[in-house]
Structure formats: structure tokens, C-alpha cells
Design a protein around this ligand. Sequence first.
Ligand code: DCP
Ligand code: MG
Ligand code: MG
Length: 362
Amino acid sequence: MQRVIIHVDMDYFYAAIEEREDPSLKGKAVVVCMFSNRGESGGAVSTSNYIAREAGIRSAMPCKLARSKNPDAVFLPVRKKFYEEVSSNVMEILRSNADNEDAFEKISIDEAFLEVTESCKGDYSIAEEIGMRIKEEVRSSEKITCSVGIGPNKLISKMASSYKKPDGITVIKPEDVTDFLKPMPVKKLWGIGKVTENKLSEMGIRTVEELSGRDVMELISVFGKNKGMWLKQTASGIDENPVKERTATDQIGRMASLKNDTRNEDTIFSLLEELMDDVINKTVKRKVSFRSVTVTVIFSNFKTSTKSRTLNHAVNDRHILNENAKQMMQRFLEESDLNFRRIGVRVGNLQESTGQRSLFDF
Ligand code: DCP
Ligand code: MG
Ligand code: MG
């Protein structure tokens, strides 16, 4: 049987929760800001409600800039812990609408995939009823809205949920996939970033239809085998990835702001040490080894960049973490002349360290 997948994304999630908590915000522009440890002058926009978006306020924009775009907007600090509680309530509702416990995949604090192939027996009108029911359950339980996308795979359902927002529902049956994708600019394809968009544009490709019409060999010659094949498939609306739980606990990480924007190596590396100590202590406490190391830098202009390495095998070793994270951080320093604002390190692909010893044990 052809799969039927639902993707749900909450509408202006953090700001919607704030509106719910304070009815006096209704009708006003609301901006939720991640203030840095330097107080209200720093910080970036986490999200804003749709009234604020009319003034051009967007996620990741400096709060200062947002304020200049709409001085009357209400600015509120992020309350992440609280949003996480709301998120887990929502996720429980979504999970309970999936075919079974395992047919569920949370992909961020406000969105998830669920497979409903069996519940709807491949019938899209039943799938739509499930989608409507989810919206109703979320609304009555949490007093916030979400947008729902339904399609034959994750790619299509994900793109469908953002097609009509807020409070939308979009159903794309297998026979409608091509028409749905055709006119879209390639950057709307899930997984295509700025760099790929620019490369495609240089090749004269702007729409998904133009991309799907290109010969796969041509795409491979520009992007390499994996990416080339992926582009061709994605433009054709094909995505065979299963809906599968990726527990949030598959990673352990820490992030922190530098006291001032800086490129001073001592300052940066000493904060990195602190973060790595924390991370390694958590892995020890949880008795896990890791196979990947990721370093993130947020630059003074709020641009965010990450580097990752996969190790040959899982380890729990402070020195290996140190060495890899430092090398990646060094690369960041070499590649950019911007000041660093915030840095982070995390380990992933965690495995239980079953009695296996590492340098760290000695
Ligand atoms: N978020 C953040 N910083 C970003 C992007 C998002 O802190 N740069 C947080 C705030 C959002 C939440 O994640 O509320 C979910 O992100 P979405 O991209 O789903 O955006 P929203 O839910 O806010 O709005 P939309 O209605 O467009 O989904
Ligand atoms: Mg959202
Ligand atoms: Mg989202």
C-alpha cells in the first residue's frame, strides 16, 4: 500500500503560546526574543506573530532591527522551558494519532511527522479527517493552532504543511504531486539551502519543474553522485525515508555566548573547554559513547555555521572530543574574519558504552 504521511507544524509557536498566556496581547504585534547575556540590546528574534510579520519582522533578525520595524510591537523574552512543556503536550496528541507508537517522528520543538497509512487504508479523505481531528485536539487542549500537510512521503507532507499557514490543511494526493511541485522555486524544496539554490540558478534552474527536467548525469557532474541523485529525486517528489523516531536524546550539547564578540583565540578556546567539559561529564553520567562531534559558531552578524565530524567508532574520550572540536574551531577562525558571538559543541550518534573502556576511564 502507498504510504500516507502527515506533517504538523505549529503556527508562530512561541508567540502563539505567549498570546494564549496573556489575552491582552491579542491583536498586537508580538515578538519573542532570545536576549543574549548582554541584556536587551543584543539578541535575535526567535519568532513573531503574523501581525508582526506584516512589518517585515522575521526569525533570526536582530531584535534591535525588529524594534525599528515596528516600535509598537510587544517584545518578550524566550521562555524555552515553558514552550517545551507545551511542545511535549502537543507531541503526545500527534503521536496518539499515528498508526502506532513507532510511526512518529518529532523533528523540532514544533513539528513532527506521523504515518497514518494503516488508519486510513490509503484513503486520503480519511487522512484529511485525521488531520482535522489533530487540529481540533491541539486547539482544544493547548489553545493554539497548527498547520497540517498530508502526502505520500515526508518531503511532500512537509512542504504541504507550509503551503497554507496559519491554521491551514493541505492534502496532496500522489497524482497531484507533480502539479504541486512544478511551479515552486527550488529553494522551497525541503533540504535545499542557499548554496545549492545559487548553484542551480547559475545553471539556469529556478523552478522545480526546470530541475526535474534536467538530466541526472548533468546534476551529478555539478553536485556529485549523492547530491545529484537526491536533487533529481526530490524534484520529482520522491522520498522513501521512513517515519522513524529520532530521540532528542541522541545528542548531547552545550552552547554559550562569549562575553563580547571576539576573535581572541584564548577567550574562544577557554569557553570551548568549559563547554566540552560539560558535554563529556553528561556522556559519562549517561554512560554513552559518541560517534560524531559538531561545533557551531554564531558570528557577530548572527550568521550561524556548523562543522561536523564522524569518528571511526564510538568513543567516550575527552581527548578525542578536544582534538576534533578544537580543529574545527581553528578552521572557523581561518575561514572567516568575523567576530564570534556564540559557540557550541555537541556529540551525537550516541551508543551505550557497555563496559568498553576509554582513555577517559584512566
Ligand atoms: N525558532 C527560533 N529561532 C529561529 C527559528 C525558530 O528560536 N531562527 C523557534 C521559535 C519558533 C519555533 O522555533 O516559534 C518554531 O519555528 P518555526 O520555523 O516553525 O516558526 P513558527 O512556528 O514561529 O512560525 P510558523 O507559523 O511560520 O511555523
Ligand atoms: Mg511553526
Ligand atoms: Mg517548525
